[in-house]
Ligand binder design. Structure first.
Ligand code: PLP
Length: 401
């Protein structure tokens, strides 16, 4: 008998599939709007100038390559926590913040899921927004959790279904884990307003739910690191204990270097010490200790005031290009008289926009116009440029009519 004869073929990954089709397309007009990474106006990857400078500083010091401690590079994890919570956060003064370096945001989600699976009651549900980042369900299921969706996106308004969300959270069993996108919701680009966050926190507090923030786009969404951290700081200020999975893939452009952190904010210093000891055991089983290179780059930026200032400029530049592309796309659709209202393109935020195109329209825009996006109609704003935006607007106009 064969050992693996009972292993079925897994379904293909939708995004990877899309990029294979895009690469095989020989049209000179082709546009990749699937990509989840920043591109410059020439469609090229962009190494942040501040990252180049940090790399030079690091190499001048001729670093060694010893193992990091289990928790990672302390100068990185502590400044990463400060970036999230703000330096004057009372949680720091009370020594109740636990921070571990992880394999980017994915590893942070997974470390958190594995840690919580050990210490939350066995039947605890994990609630995910409908829709959410495709990997959330995979991660929390792999850690042993049952996942359920909460209502989030309203296709009729192309915006937030606040009442639906509040109702789903209210109907879920007390003490559920709720995964919240800290900013720049993927895939919809729809974020709650500050007032809506308050209503969400009210329900979660009443239900004793545990907030698990996924923060993959701080600074990349609005261009302002503090503004994008609003929701996390607000929940902490209200006294919630919570988790944060933090990624530096997008905001420092360190995608492949896998730079991230998992943070837990507890109520007391004693809980923090206990949690720290247990997260360490969990992380030891998964990676033993995290990789050095990207953490060194991030730490150099975060701990050098001039580089920090330059990073803020780099972030404004990336967020600014994306916001400009949103304006330009909407303007063109309005000028073309494309049926429908296109305000959602500018109201949504971050890397992605939910266009509202149907799966049939997505298929048509691919075959007729060589424009590639996921079947749910999500486009990566970073794939748009001054060179292709006319073509994209005319193609959307064509398939919508
Ligand atoms: N969470 C969300 C919502 C994301 O969109 C992403 C990346 O696309 C991640 C987490 C994790 O990315 P990474 O593991 O590259 O940091």
């Amino acid at each position: 008998a064969q050992v693996f004869s009972n292993v079925p073929l897994a379904p293909p990954d939708a995004i990877l599939n899309l990029s294979t089709l895009y690469k095989a397309d020989e049209s000179t007009q082709k546009v990749d709007l699937g990509v989840g990474a920043y591109r410059d106006n020439e469609g090229k990857p962009w190494v942040l100038p501040v990252v180049r400078k940090a790399e030079e500083i690091i190499f001048q010091n001729r670093p060694e390559h010893e193992y990091l401690p289990i928790g990672g590079l302390a100068s990185f994890t502590s400044s990463a926590a400060t970036l999230l919570l703000g330096k004057d956060n009372v949680a720091f003064k009370e020594n109740r913040v636990v921070s571990f370096q992880t394999i980017s945001g994915t590893g942070a989600n997974y470390l958190g899921a594995r840690f919580l699976a050990k210490f939350k009651p066995q039947d605890t549900l994990v609630l995910l927004s409908q829709p959410t980042w495709a990997n959330h369900q995979n991660i929390f299921n792999t850690a042993g959790f049952t996942t359920q969706n909460y209502r989030y996106y309203d296709p009729s308004t192309l915006g937030l279904d606040l009442q639906g969300m509040l109702q789903s959270l209210g109907d879920a069993p007390n003490g559920s884990i709720v995964v919240l996108h800290a900013c720049a919701h993927n895939p919809t680009g729809v974020d709650p307003t500050q007032d809506q966050w308050q209503q969400i926190a009210d329900v979660m507090q009443a239900k004793g739910h545990f907030p698990f923030f996924d923060c993959a786009y701080q600074g990349f969404a609005s261009g302002d690191l503090d503004r994008d951290a609003f929701a996390i700081r607000y929940f902490v200020q209200r006294g919630f204990e919570c988790s944060v999975a933090q990624s530096f893939a997008k905001n420092l452009g360190l995608y492949g270097e896998r730079v991230g952190c998992y943070h837990v904010i507890t109520k007391t210093e004693q809980s923090a010490n206990h949690v720290r000891s247990q997260v360490a055991r969990t992380s030891r089983a998964i990676i033993s200790n995290p990789p050095l290179y990207g953490a060194r780059v991030a730490s150099t930026v975060l701990n050098t005031p001039e580089l920090m200032a330059e990073w803020r400029d780099n972030l404004k530049f990336m967020a600014g290009r994306i916001i400009t592309m949103r304006d330009e796309l909407r303007q063109r659709l309005v000028q073309l008289g494309t049926p429908g209202n296109w305000d959602h393109i500018v109201n949504q935020i971050g890397m992605f926009s939910f266009t509202g195109l149907s799966p049939t329209q997505v298929e048509a825009i691919k075959t007729k116009h060589h424009i590639y996006m996921t079947s749910n109609g999500r486009i990566s704003m970073a794939g748009l440029s001054t060179h292709n935006i006319d073509h994209v607007a005319r193609a959307i106009d064509d398939v919508v009519r």
